[in-house]
Design a protein around this ligand. Sequence first.
Ligand code: SF4
Length: 351
Amino acid sequence: MTVSASLKDRIMIQEHFAHENLPSQLDQQQINTYKARIKALLKEHNACLVAHYYTDDIVQEIAEETGGCISDSLEMARFGRDCDAQTLIVAGVKFMGETAKILSPEKRILMPTLEATCSLDIGCPIDEFSAFCDQHPDHEVVVYANTSAAVKARADWVVTSSIAVDVVKHLEEQGKKVIWAPDQHLGNYVQKQTGIEMLMWHGSCIVHEEFQAKGILDLKKLFPDAAVLVHPESPASVVDIADAVGSTTQLIDAAMQMDNSQFIVATDRGIFYKMQQLAPNKEFIAAPTAGSGATCRSCAHCPWMAMNGLQNIVECIENNHNQVFVDDELIVQAKKPLQRMLDFAQSLKSK
Ligand code: SF4
């Protein structure tokens, strides 16, 4: 059984956005005012701002200026757990707020908006997924971090894109059969890397699935020396033409370490903020997408990540709005596969 994030989910996503407003554009004076307010509020509330690489530059900037963290979802949660702040402001999407709560249940977790979600999370509802798992009780259930707390609680393992291949190889060495959910493209990439057949849930990311191999190859003609960096949530045809494939953090590392001076980047354009900062003498070019304008709600920038702005950061702290709650029992259950991943990642580091 598979569930596609295609037509049904696209309609749902379009309906979702029809009722949502993105943060409005601010002039420099307003930006300065909001930033000063955020700095004061964070101090006053013993709070810390953690932001994802895909949020807008201005959000990443204030996270950095206030001693918070800009990272991928796992590192955001790990940083939030280990920092002294009693309140975490999670600028990202819903599952990131939930993961922060699961790893730091004693902390207050606020989000600029609770409406920001993810097509992978939407495309993997717990009831259908649980029924699918029940049909294959002899399989280990491996889910990507981009899932709800309930789906994590049903899993044996949670993985991020940076350690998915290692975890699946580890399971195969133990003779286990694997259910993979929800991202089909990352799942295909893991299958190719490991040679292991997995039972696959067919969700996808509406940002990464827009990248087109042909468009990238055309762009390569204009920039023949550019290396192509690809996130593995992209379709296989795009992954196949990459010079480096990896998680957000791995792509930033590749940009810093590779000798090329130009890069065509197939992931959310929010990542350019950190890439440019860490590799200031290099040029980063956005990989083309299939859609444009009104035909595409993502077009290389996650529309849900874009819902995070300075205004709603201020509002959530000032008014104690948008607190993330996760059921106590779910926290206990979801923490097990998350902790398993953290321990596994730690064991890889010490090898
Ligand atoms: S970029 Fe894709 S995977 Fe990431 S939050 Fe947005 S929809 Fe989900």
